[in-house]
Design a protein around this ligand. Structure first.
Ligand SMILES: Cc1cc2nc3c(=O)[nH]c(=O)nc-3n(C[C@H](O)[C@H](O)[C@H](O)COP(=O)(O)O)c2cc1C
Length: 329
């Protein structure tokens, strides 16, 4: 396996304070959150579909690029991270071609693709030197994405918020590393700096963190949603396909508040899988969250979260140096 530093794309070199992508979240991630994340030194990302009209996407990208460029000009030595846009590659997303044209025009540094292997998206992103990372929950999906020419894989493992896989990160990362030596991002219940370091120790290059950033001042989530994140624990998370046709992790108290019984949900119909406007209502009322929720106790500004992550990461590294010298000299 090559050293992690060799695998990270050169576009990220010297620009990240921590090896973290703040992952894209439906409804929750908008320009305010993304800008705060990038200014704090972690990659910020949002789903293109969060901009409710294609013209809005153009406006969001202009704002993000302008604010990040101004901050870089004011403080050239500060680590200000690049940003990413998430594209849902699925028949129900009839905006994909137009949204990709907008991303090409703005030369979005990183495109994150979900669901289907993204052949055409890869070609478009590469046309201006952009990168494409694809999220996968299995070895088969990882192989298909690599055939499509992606630049990195995001392994969405058990316990991740929103649509998630079922495999242990130890199992999936270990198997993918046997045939892939490129950039790997690890996802699933990562909420602390200790866990970011653990992801690197396992062979990942970056950690992918969603749920931790829902409970922040800049996230576009209802106050009651942020509050529920800070008071829930792993036992409150339900893994179900009912709400979108794809298995995902959700907060049980939000299901109860929507008048449903988490132990007795209607059956999901995969044919009704929809990532367009009709899925909005489900996500507005039924709140997604990963199993790492139990470590989150407050909803401060993003900058405070990232400062804390950095302290935890440093402390964990110092602690680990002690442990490893005890064992392997
Ligand atoms: C509320 C919510 C909405 C999400 N929406 C999206 C999305 O639109 N596109 C996507 O690729 N992933 C989405 N995800 C998944 C995240 O990008 C990421 O895989 C996940 O949050 C990582 O696990 P964690 O929440 O345990 O950190 C969502 C996750 C949550 C919690």
């Amino acid at each position: 396996m090559s050293p992690a530093a060799d695998r990270l794309p050169t576009a990220f070199a010297g620009r990240l304070r921590l090896p973290v992508i703040a992952s894209p979240m439906f409804i929750v991630s908008g320009p305010e959150l993304v800008i705060a994340e990038c200014l704090s030194g972690v990659i910020g990302a949002f789903p293109a579909l969060n901009a409710r009209a294609p013209d809005t996407l153009d406006g969001w990208l202009t704002r993000i690029r302008t604010e990040l460029a101004a901050a870089r000009a004011a403080e050239p030595d500060r680590r200000i991270a690049p940003f990413a846009v998430n594209q849902i590659v699925h028949a129900s997303n009839d905006r994909l071609a137009r949204d990709m044209e907008t991303c090409v025009a703005h030369e979005v540094p990183l495109i994150i693709t979900s669901l289907r292997p993204p052949g055409e998206v890869v070609r478009q992103a590469h046309s201006y030197g952009g990168l494409v990372f694809h999220d996968v929950i299995s070895v088969r999906h990882a192989e298909k994405a690599l055939e499509a020419g992606v630049d990195g894989l995001i392994l969405v493992c058990a316990g991740a918020g929103g649509h998630a896989g079922t495999l242990s990160p130890f199992a999936l990362l270990g198997e993918v590393r046997r045939f892939y030596d490129g950039p790997i991002v690890l996802a699933g219940a990562i909420t602390t700096g200790d866990a970011v370091l653990a992801a690197q120790a396992m062979g990942a290059d970056l950690a992918y963190m969603g749920t931790r950033f829902i409970a922040t001042r800049e996230a576009n989530a209802a106050p009651a949603y942020k509050e529920m994140i800070t008071t829930s624990s792993a036992a409150d998370i339900l893994y179900s396909p009912t709400f979108t046709g794809v298995h995902g992790n959700y907060l049980k108290p939000s299901i109860v508040a929507a008048g449903l019984d988490p132990d007795n949900l209607p059956h999901a119909d995969k044919a009704s899988m929809d990532f367009g406007s009709s899925s909005t209502k489900a996500w507005r009322d039924i709140w997604g969250s990963g199993q790492g929720v139990g470590t989150i106790v407050d909803a401060p500004p993003v900058a405070d979260v990232v400062n804390r992550l950095e302290t935890e990461y440093r402390d964990a590294r110092a602690r680990l140096a002690q442990v490893s010298s005890d064992f392997a000299g």
